[in-house]
Ligand binder design. Structure first.
Ligand code: C2O
Ligand code: CU
Ligand code: CU
Length: 498
């Protein structure tokens, strides 16, 4: 495997900030016990003033493939701090991959051999986790395989056939994932297939992140990001951004039909998505296309870490403005008032004719009969805001095995939420199917043939999934509200070789 020169020059300036990053990191480690109300309320003072809005929607930088070999992808990702001007008159220290934010977008093809040279130029341990992609356990960037500050490693894996879809990658370091993602380390990854039934539609990737800045224009890393149930108070703090922009404008031809890939890459925000005066079709979820489109929807709940692909036909009216909105979602808590995410403006040009969707997209086969049933109990410990969230009564310990399975074994998992708030549960290493729920409560169907790696388990409800792992090794499963994950709402699944 060829080694390469790591973007030395680009980072030289940023390295000088490492000392302060290390100091903050040490504080972070001490603060994992939880946050009090005083600290969490302080976050309400983060303001959004100064953000430019109304700029044309940015296309994300794409990571260059430097491999000379046709069916291979090779690229370099350097995680490090860098200065950005986001709000007027201030320089914000962001952490990014190759100083891109959010990004860079990695575009892969099914069957491709992938090699990523990773350089950690942060002041704390990091990893790259390929969220949703079935890669071998030791290439998965789990907290068991940290890359030390200043360290390098090579990630290599094959892109599974049938995995075409929308994914993302982010750090997964022990106790500091929230902090790293909140500083900007999160980026999209798209896998393409050779025969995409929607391949002719114009396509847009919408990466939704949130960013909270303090009065000095720095990323707010108050006590709420240190874990504990105080973490839930982060919901509602900070601006929701699309492709790193506050309320950008996406220009469309009247009547145009487009495919939008939407990624909820926020640390902890539920997005109940709606488009003014429009219905849309959901055509894909975490693991790629559905069996059939789900047309005529007015809204969709996208939990933290989830992705959807939707097809939108904009009204055949020129010079009109519509908004893609987060309609707000309580998630069991009285938060989430909603926000305008992106404006769509139609041009003063003749309207396009509508494009009909195919009736079927690709087969999503049932995994078959399950031979084992397991239970994942989500509970809260301690009183009110001061406690922690637990899985099967325990807090995360990477030296303990919480559940076991075998390669190829089909299982039913009951995800039982006994707490007063929702938890988006994510399993590494595979895509699963949602097969049942104890109660309704959402305006969208949740039981249909589709692949997920993350599913929302509403407060007080049980969601049953059918899951099968295809590779041996230890895998994480956890709540993807990142402050909950850092606070210990994570377990280890040991997958035995068949
Ligand atoms: Cu997106 Cu275990 O994470
Ligand atoms: Cu993951
Ligand atoms: Cu949670």
């Amino acid at each position: 495997m060829r080694r390469r020169q790591i973007l030395q020059g680009a980072l030289a300036g940023a390295i000088s900030t490492l000392a302060s990053v290390r100091g903050a990191s040490a504080q972070m480690m001490r603060g994992t016990g939880g946050a009090g109300m005083g600290g969490t309320m302080g976050r309400r003072s983060t303001r959004s003033s100064g953000w430019p809005t109304g700029r044309p929607l940015r296309r994300l930088d794409v990571l260059a493939n430097t491999s000379p070999v046709a069916d291979e992808f090779e690229g370099t990702l350097v995680a490090g701090p860098y200065p950005a001007s986001l709000v007027s008159g201030r320089t914000t220290e962001l952490w990014g991959y190759n100083s891109a934010w959010p990004g860079p977008l990695i575009e892969l093809r099914e069957g491709q051999r992938v090699t990523i040279d990773f350089a950690n130029r942060l002041g704390l341990d990091s990893t790259i986790h390929w969220h949703g992609l079935a890669v071998p356990a030791d290439e998965d960037g789990s907290p068991m395989d940290p890359v030390a500050p200043g360290g390098d490693r090579v990630y290599s894996f094959d892109v599974p056939t049938g995995s075409a879809g929308t994914y993302w990658y982010h750090p997964h370091a022990h106790l500091t994932t929230t902090r790293q993602v909140a500083h900007g380390l999160a980026a999209p990854l798209i896998v393409r297939s050779a025969d995409d039934p929607l391949g002719t539609l114009p396509e847009v990737t919408l990466m939704v992140t949130s960013l909270a800045l303090d009065a000095n224009g720095q990323v707010a890393t108050g006590p709420t990001q240190m874990g504990g149930m105080g973490g839930m108070m982060m919901a509602g703090a900070g601006d929701l951004l699309v492709n790193g922009q506050r309320l950008p404008v996406h220009a469309m031809t009247p009547g145009a039909t487009e495919r939008w890939r939407i990624i909820n890459a926020t640390a902890d925000r539920y997005l109940r998505l709606g488009l003014d005066g429009h219905r849309f079709a959901v055509v894909g979820t975490d693991g790629g296309l559905l069996g059939q489109p789900l047309p005529g929807l007015t809204e969709w709940l996208l939990a933290p870490a989830q992705r959807i692909e939707i097809v939108v036909t904009i009204a055949a009216r020129h010079s009109t403005r519509y908004s893609l909105r987060d309609l707000g979602y309580g998630a069991g808590m009285s938060v989430g008032a909603g926000a305008e995410l992106m404006a769509i403006e139609t041009g003063r040009v003749p309207a396009l004719a509508p494009i009909a969707l195919p009736e079927t997209l690709r087969p999503v086969a049932d995994l078959g009969p399950a031979s084992v049933r397991q239970r994942v109990l989500l509970s809260a410990a301690g009183m009110g805001m001061m406690g922690n969230f637990l899985i099967n009564g325990r807090t995360f310990d990477m030296n303990r095995i919480d559940l076991e399975t075998a390669v190829g074994r089909v299982e039913l998992w009951d995800l039982v939420n006994t707490t007063f708030m929702d938890h988006p549960i994510h399993i590494h290493g595979t895509q699963f199917q949602v097969v049942g729920r104890t109660a309704g409560g959402l305006a969208v169907p949740t039981v249909y043939p589709a692949w997920f790696d993350t599913t929302n388990v509403p407060a007080g409800e049980t969601v049953t999934i059918k899951v099968r792992q295809t590779m041996p090794g230890k895998r994480m499963f956890h709540c993807h509200i990142l402050p909950h994950e850092d606070a210990g709402m994570m377990g280890v699944l040991d997958v035995h070789a068949a």
